[in-house]
Write a protein that binds this ligand. Structure first.
Ligand SMILES: [Zn+2]
Length: 325
């Protein structure tokens, strides 16, 4: 499928840039293979504003947000999910402004132990660091989880998260990337904008890593977004997505293609994740095989749930053996 790109010359780090009549974006300087050019923090409204995903604990980003919000009244701090590039600055911003944090809930409890990546000895990832360009030692890759975050206000699908002058934002729970992931739908009376967080990203597919990441839930959440009829999607990483329903349709097809490939591999006798990864990702650099193993596991969890694959382990793990039913 075709992904969308953001022109590096089209923005400056730390500058509040209008990208829609009610929406300004401040990009944090935390580029990496998980964050693209960095985290996009969104400021919605004028005068009375909401902030979506304050971002990573990074001095330059904190200063940029303080400057961008000077003279504004922050009414709510919305958090899509608790990865380290999204939620950590919420604590500072809430203390600074007195605004409540609003989210589905804290990060979920891991439902079972999938084993360690290092148990899967086939992956040589010594060159993994090449892809990551942290600008601050506190900046971790996206998988780093902010377990300290707990919202002041808990929202479910359909709940109003915040309202401003002539606009409202409503929560849309979209589990899959994480179990607590929530999109926020902005309605200004003229058009409907969905802030998609990491659920739908313009530049890349979304990491779905068990046990908190769930491929069955992810596909259901994609179908939910596909059917909503929003005019535009705005992801945390990357440019706005114009034809959101069409784009999400491509994402669904892409995932179902991969699921078929995983099932075909198991049916052909490959029973271990490293072997399946070796076949499906043969054209990719070896350093991508470790995250690919998590992705293959996410498909195997779904195939086990769907009754098409079995494993002797009580729950699918990175080191389990898989067989067709
Ligand atoms: Zn994330």
């Amino acid at each position: 499928m075709e992904f969308l790109t953001l022109d590096r010359d089209s923005f400056d780090y730390g500058v509040a840039q209008p990208i829609a009549p009610l929406v300004r974006r401040v990009i944090a300087e935390n580029p990496s293979k998980f964050t693209y050019f960095g985290t996009g923090t969104y400021i919605v409204g004028h005068g009375d504003v909401a902030v979506i995903d304050p971002g990573p604990r990074l001095d330059s980003h904190r200063n940029a947000l303080a400057a961008a919000l000077a003279g504004e009244t922050v009414r709510a701090i919305l958090v899509t999910h608790c990865h380290a590039d999204h939620s950590p600055l919420a604590e500072w911003l809430a203390a600074e402004t007195g605004a409540p944090t609003v989210a589905f809930g804290p990060h979920g409890d891991d439902a079972w132990d999938i084993g360690n990546d290092s148990d899967v000895a086939a992956y040589d990832v010594e060159d993994e660091a090449e892809d990551v360009a942290p600008v601050d030692s506190e900046v971790k890759v996206e998988e780093a989880t902010d377990r300290s975050f707990a919202p002041d206000i808990v929202v479910r699908t359909g709940d109003e998260a915040v309202a401003g002058s002539g606009w409202t934002m409503v929560a849309v729970h979209t589990p899959g990337h994480t179990s607590n992931h929530t999109c926020f739908a902005l309605d200004d009376g003229e058009r409907r904008t969905l802030f998609t967080g990491d659920h739908v990203m313009g530049w890349s597919t979304t990491v779905v890593s068990p046990p908190d990441g769930d491929m069955t839930a992810y596909l259901e959440s994609l179908r939910l977004v596909q059917g909503r009829g929003d005019d535009v999607g705005i992801p945390t990483h990357g440019p706005p997505i114009g034809d959101l329903a069409g784009y999400v349709g491509d994402l669904i097809e892409h995932r179902l293609d991969r699921e078929r490939q995983v099932l075909d591999a198991v049916r052909s006798g490959l029973d271990a994740i490293p072997d399946i990864v070796g076949r499906l990702y043969a054209a990719y650099p070896r350093r991508l095989h470790r995250p690919a193993a998590r992705s293959v596991l996410s498909h195997l969890v779904k195939l086990v749930d769907d009754g098409q694959v079995t494993t002797a382990d009580p729950n699918p793990r990175l080191t389990s053996r898989y067989h067709p039913t």
